[in-house]
Design a protein around this ligand. Structure first.
Ligand SMILES: C[S@@+](CC[C@H](N)C(=O)[O-])C[C@H]1O[C@@H](n2cnc3c(N)ncnc32)[C@H](O)[C@@H]1O
Length: 405
């Protein structure tokens, strides 16, 4: 069995894993860990670089007693003739303290006169991905995980971690004035992974190109042919030149086509959709950025009205064109602070959520909302959508998986 350590927004992590491994059975999950059955380490290693919502992946051994971890650790250390470096991490609400495990391990190595050193700087803290990588705990030595519940204890080695430092370098020299509406790369990666399936060919389409986050990520992950359109000449032009640059500087091998097109009239030049797209992954505007000072029910309502009109047309044309593949799409929802009139420091943290109610009618009219999780997982979602929130923002995203009726 393979154990995945999930991000704080664990439902998004689980959505990604279960879609990428549709044939594997979920043995267990909670907010922190998901365990898959019948999955080989090699199967994961091949594609792990495309899993973005997983912090680390490890295998475990079941221990009969807590002390058994020392034996395992010591046996492993003996495989190393020279000095052995390691780290220990602890998960679940066990009564055991990490510092206790570290101190015990230090003692045993001393007693047995084995040269070893743990990499945990703070005796009470698990290692970050960067610390694991920087200490060579994947390539040369090992990172261990001790997982104890009330009844059971597990222990063994990490075999993959998310390279977070490298991740933050994935900045494609985008123009900073446009960043406001940029779809976070991490979210687009998750959307790609919940949209992808093995029957698809290699073609993906985004009708609102924007900063091309989705399609760049798609081409780096699974898709060889990426198709775009956008209403703005500027977006189309800058995308073409930026993409050429990107392809050259990073020696990337993908084909792209970008056209100018209003998504309200997607039927007019439907070459991209009709003949080529296997999958649409997209986000239109969340519309205006709203702050604590200017958000109001009236403004939210006006934005819903404007967005509604576009989506009504967009989906009705997709239906007329018989678009039969999956669509992954984000819509906005808002947090209206409860006490907007109070001075900043006194405002309550969580406000009232206002959803884009009109879109639900449009979706029900033209699409079948796809379940992101199978029923037996018993993971609650909002009308089968996933919610993505970022702190300190008032406009958030609701993500749907759809098929045109
Ligand atoms: C927020 S961006 C989309 C984000 C983008 N999907 C990404 O990956 O970063 C919105 C884009 O929609 C485009 N747009 C606005 N109205 C449109 C319409 N009616 N048809 C097509 N594109 C439109 C804008 O020019 C802008 O580039």
């Amino acid at each position: 069995m393979i154990w995945f350590l999930l991000w704080r927004e664990f439902k998004l992590s689980i959505a990604e894993i279960v879609n990428i491994f549709p044939d594997k059975k979920v043995f267990f999950y909670d907010k922190q860990i998901l365990i898959l059955e019948n999955l080989e380490k090699t199967e994961i290693l091949e594609i792990a670089k495309n899993l973005w919502w997983i912090i680390k992946i490890f295998e475990v051994k079941k221990l009969e007693s807590k002390e058994e971890f020392l034996e395992n650790l010591f046996l492993e250390a003996n495989n190393f003739e020279s000095k052995f470096n390691y780290a220990i991490n602890i998960f679940w609400n066990s009564k055991t303290k990490l510092s206790e495990l570290l101190k015990k391990s230090k003692r045993i190595f001393k007693e047995k006169q084995k040269s070893a050193r743990f990499a945990n700087n703070d005796l009470n803290k698990n290692l970050s991905s960067a610390q694991i990588i920087n200490n060579k705990l994947l390539t040369k030595w090992w990172d261990f995980n001790f997982i104890a519940s009330e009844k059971q204890i597990f222990f063994w080695k990490t075999f993959w971690v998310q390279d977070i430092e490298n991740y933050s370098k994935r900045d494609y020299e985008k123009q900073t004035d446009m960043q406001v509406w940029m779809l976070p790369p991490k979210l687009s990666q998750m959307m790609i992974n919940i949209g992808k399936n093995n029957e698809m060919k290699d073609n993906i389409y985004d009708p609102f190109v924007g900063l091309w986050t989705i399609l760049i990520e798609a081409s780096l992950m699974w898709f060889k042919n990426v198709y775009w359109s956008d209403i703005s000449d500027r977006m189309v032009e800058t995308s073409i030149s930026n993409l050429r640059k990107l392809k050259n500087t990073h020696s990337l091998d993908f084909y792209f086509e970008i056209v100018k097109q209003n998504a309200k009239f997607i039927h007019e030049e439907n070459i991209l959709i009709e003949k080529k797209a296997d999958l649409i992954i997209t986000e239109w505007y969340l519309w205006e950025v709203m702050t604590q000072n200017n958000i109001s029910e009236k403004r939210i309502f006006e934005q819903r009205e404007r967005l509604k009109e576009l989506y009504e047309r967009f989906f009705s044309w997709l239906q007329k064109l018989n678009f039969s593949w999956i669509i992954i799409i984000c819509f906005p929802f808002w947090e209206l602070p409860l006490s907007n009139s109070l001075p900043k420091g006194e405002r309550t943290k969580i406000g009232r959520y206002i959803y884009f109610e009109e879109i639900y009618n449009i979706l029900n009219k033209y699409t079948e909302i796809q379940k992101i999780f199978s029923d037996d997982l018993k993971l609650e979602t909002k009308v089968w959508s996933l919610l993505y929130k970022r702190e300190k923002q008032l406009v958030w995203r609701e993500i749907f998986k759809l098929k045109i009726k």
